[in-house]
Ligand binder design. Structure first.
Ligand code: GDG
Length: 483
């Protein structure tokens, strides 16, 4: 029986080794949820790195780990600490991530990183070959594994292979600076279907294929060596029901069942009922524009001083890639900015910024979404940005204002939000004022459209549409004869 093979850098399962033994818990990320409809019922296998390096895996637990993963339909690729350094912290996060988010100044073109990236991609491809049959369908995810489709194609010329990129694909002018640009494009073109979040990313990719490889591109088909590769956009949705149900349950919570965090938020509201809460939630990443947002907040308070003591910015910055120097510098910059602004502007009754550098449990994330009046998300570049969608999904009474950067992929589908250019402080200050003073009826009218769309195009629909397009592609006879 044919099955679906999903491949991503990390498995959707968290392994923990302690004195009590081994535990494997499913992770609750967006990708894992979205793939539920694809990854279920024993007809699929998910291949990825377990999160434990070879050095950290006790030899006597090896088979126990394999068994624990198999229970979740997963199989692991073993990686050494050195490989993680070069492949993940190196090429993926010091070359591809900054380049694809237009941070050329942070991009490092290191031959050593590239070589490890190639060899680790080969490891993933080998694991796929070993665990799959010719008639299986393969879905590869994201920028860490861009060479895998071609590596699998070499051994499996007739297998159906899909690839989805979760981050932006940059314009040709940016992409062309990479020394290994042709190899990366060739790697991706091993797929039958290549998916992006937006039409713009798709267009950028096709332009690079045409100009760097000289291949024929017609509409959204690429013609290569008697093969036709389909390129399309599939904007990723969220698990709408999960967020909505959590918000409804949250609203019904008896006061004694409130989380400690919610009690603090409620106390704050009770003591300052006129104060508007603005939230921003991101991984601590330079692409998310957190430092600029804090500067823009200071600008806003100086431009409209009447809002001092009337607004509070809550920043949740989730630790991320702290081995990469750029992330360490950013952490320092944000610590200092928050300290300076709070030091300069705080009063006995008011601290302008509450800053949390940690990951919060899902329950507290819902506390934040449901307690805030405004969500302010200002990425400088972002493939999609799911936080924007999650915030809207949790607004049960349809109130709440979303201010969203037009540089986020989600902005293309969220026109009713207040869209801003994150580099324009003047515009952001005025938009914050607009959000603070927006009548409830207007908030509700905007959010009604947003919620309807999010409910319809949820993450399951996203996964199914991609799989259907891939299956249709392999059913159709679209090999071509070159002239
Ligand atoms: C990449 C692309 C694209 C955040 N803080 C906490 C927490 N979260 C959850 C959110 C959301 C997810 O993490 C973040 O997703 P984003 O889409 O905002 O951003 P990236 O992590 O950069 O994801 C992005 C995405 O892939 C999907 O293709 O949208 O553009 O960069 O789901 O809820 N969850 C919990 N505690 C936290 O403190 N539990």
């Amino acid at each position: 029986m044919s099955k679906t093979i999903i491949i991503s850098n990390r498995l959707p399962v968290q392994l923990q080794i302690s004195d009590g033994g081994l535990t494997a818990t499913p992770s609750v990320g967006g990708l894992a949820t979205g793939m539920k409809s694809v990854h279920s019922g024993g007809e699929s296998l998910w291949i990825g790195w377990s999160g434990l390096t070879e050095e950290d895996t006790p030899a006597d637990l090896e088979s126990e780990i394999d068994k624990a993963l198999a229970k979740h339909g997963c199989a692991k690729v073993n990686l050494t600490a050195n490989e993680i350094d070069g492949f993940y912290f190196g090429f993926s996060n010091r070359t591809i991530w900054p380049l694809f988010h237009y941070f050329l100044e942070y991009t490092e073109f290191e031959l050593d990183f590239w070589n490890v990236y190639k060899s680790v991609n080969q490891k993933f491809a080998d694991a796929i070959i070993e665990q799959s049959n010719e008639d299986d369908t393969i879905w590869v995810h994201d920028y860490q594994l861009m060479l895998v489709p071609q590596m699998v194609r070499e051994k499996r010329p007739n297998t159906s292979i899909g690839f989805f990129l979760h981050i932006p694909f940059p314009s040709y002018e940016i992409f062309r600076t990479m020394p290994w640009r042709e190899e990366v494009l060739e790697g991706l073109l091993g797929s039958d279907l290549i998916g992006f979040h937006t039409y713009d990313y798709e267009r950028h990719f096709l332009s690079s294929v045409r100009r760097l490889l000289g291949l024929e591109v017609s509409f959204n088909d690429v013609y290569q060596d008697h093969r036709v590769i389909k390129v399309d956009s599939f904007p990723m949705g969220i698990d709408y029901k999960k967020f909505r149900d959590a918000a409804i349950a949250h609203g019904k919570n008896a006061p004694e069942n409130r989380s400690d965090f919610q009690i603090k938020l409620d106390d704050h509201k009770a003591s300052a009922p006129d104060t508007k809460l603005i939230i921003s939630i991101d991984r601590l990443d330079y692409s998310k524009g957190i430092a600029k947002r804090i500067n823009a907040f200071e600008y806003f308070l100086n431009k409209y001083p009447q809002y001092k003591e009337k607004v509070r910015l809550i920043i949740l910055a989730v630790p991320s890639r702290s081995n990469v120097p750029q992330y360490q510098l950013l952490k320092k910059e944000i610590d200092e900015l928050v300290g300076r602004i709070n030091g300069e502007l705080s009063t006995v009754n008011w601290t302008p910024i509450w800053y949390f550098y940690r990951s919060m449990p899902f329950e507290n994330l819902i506390d934040l979404y449901t307690s805030s009046d405004i969500a302010w998300l200002t990425p400088l570049r972002d493939g999609m940005n799911l936080v924007a969608k999650e915030y809207i999904a949790t607004r049960i009474d349809k109130t709440g204002v979303l201010i969203l950067s037009e540089m986020a992929g989600s902005a293309y589908e969220m026109n009713e939000a207040l869209l801003i250019n994150p580099n324009n402080f003047e515009q952001q200050a005025d938009t914050l004022k607009q959000a603070i003073t927006m009548p409830k009826e207007e908030q509700m009218a905007r959010n009604m459209f947003l919620q309807n769309r999010l409910e319809r195009y949820n993450v399951e629909v996203w996964a199914n549409e991609f799989m259907n397009a891939l299956n249709q592609k392999s059913e159709g006879d679209d090999t071509f004869v070159s002239q």
